[in-house]
Design a protein around this ligand. Structure first.
Ligand SMILES: Nc1ncnc2c1ncn2[C@@H]1O[C@H](COP(=O)(O)OP(=O)(O)OP(=O)(O)O)[C@@H](O)[C@H]1O
Ligand SMILES: [Mg+2]
Length: 261
């Protein structure tokens, strides 16, 4: 898997909504005093990255540094504005909590939809459905709408779907942190099996111990740029040094103001 010269921008745009609800009515005064903004934010800038097949990559960085954006680009949910991404094989992504689930549909319906999106046939999903639900240990909740699920239950279902579609690349954005100790242990066992079978894993985590324990290589993103890449222990050490020196005034975001039309 390789990224070459990848940049991704978002447009931040605030148009004041009409005061049509009681809550928006309460905010009318606040809106009238705020300047309107319309600018570009470069969530990622000029990122070159190679991940060797079968290895585990860890990504760290401050909030807003572009980690989730990078994972969304690799999983094909977003396209880069500049640069190219080459991914070989089936990608299963476990993105931020709840992403990819429809809140009103039941757990079972969401499993079927996600399975199809990840490339399984209906027959394959039917064959695996019980196993997916059993791994997540959600038998008694599986026909409830997922909006009623707890954070850990969302994660269990997402993880279970992701590992049952037999991906070549498994992408995990933080979510493991919401699992209880026993389920986290179960996830770890399954991930070890994946690693042993030659699956590539790309994980974002703020758990620096986990990052060092799991990853062959680490990448530090800062303000959308690749600040450092290499041995996990060395990257964590440099990152921690930066954290101790960091002040919120060090605005890491690269924004460009746009002229309003
Ligand atoms: N849909 C969007 N529209 C506009 N800006 C966005 C959007 N998604 C992300 N951003 C901006 O892009 C930047 C990178 O966001 P991203 O979610 O990739 O950060 P992150 O490193 O995953 O942060 P965290 O540690 O908080 O999860 C942030 O400044 C964020 O505000
Ligand atoms: Mg994120």
């Amino acid at each position: 898997m390789a990224l070459t010269g990848v940049s991704k921008k978002y447009r931040r745009h605030t148009d004041r909504p009409l005061a049509t609800t009681f809550k928006s009515y309460l905010l009318r005064d606040l809106w009238s005093r705020q300047p309107r903004r319309d600018d570009l934010i470069w969530a990622l800038r000029d990122v070159d990255l190679q991940v060797i097949e079968g290895t585990t990559l860890g990504i760290l960085g401050h909030n807003g540094s572009g980690k989730s954006t990078l994972l969304k680009l690799i999983s094909g949910i977003l396209r880069p504005d500049v640069g190219t991404i080459a991914v070989a094989g089936k990608v299963a992504a476990l993105l931020e909590l709840g992403a990819g689930f429809h809140p009103e549909l039941s757990g079972r319906e969401n499993v079927i939809i996600n399975g199809i999106i990840l490339g399984l046939s209906k027959k394959e999903i039917r064959a695996k459905l019980d196993e997916i639900v059993a791994f997540a240990e959600l038998e008694s909740y599986i026909d409830e709408p997922v909006r009623t699920y707890s954070s850990g239950m969302y994660m269990r279902l997402g993880f279970s779907v992701a590992v049952h579609v037999q991906p070549d690349i498994l992408i995990i954005d933080e979510v493991l942190a919401v699992g209880d100790a026993r389920f986290t242990q179960k996830c770890a066992e399954r991930m070890h099996r994946f690693k042993a079978a030659g699956c590539t894993i790309i994980m974002v985590t703020h758990d620096l111990r986990m990052l060092q324990e799991w990853c062959d290589k680490a990448v530090w993103l800062h303000g959308g740029r690749l600040q450092m890449e290499g041995d996990p222990a060395a990257v964590v050490e440099a990152y921690m040094r930066d954290v101790l020196l960091y002040t919120p005034q060090d605005e890491p975001y690269a924004t460009e103001r746009l002229a309003r039309p």
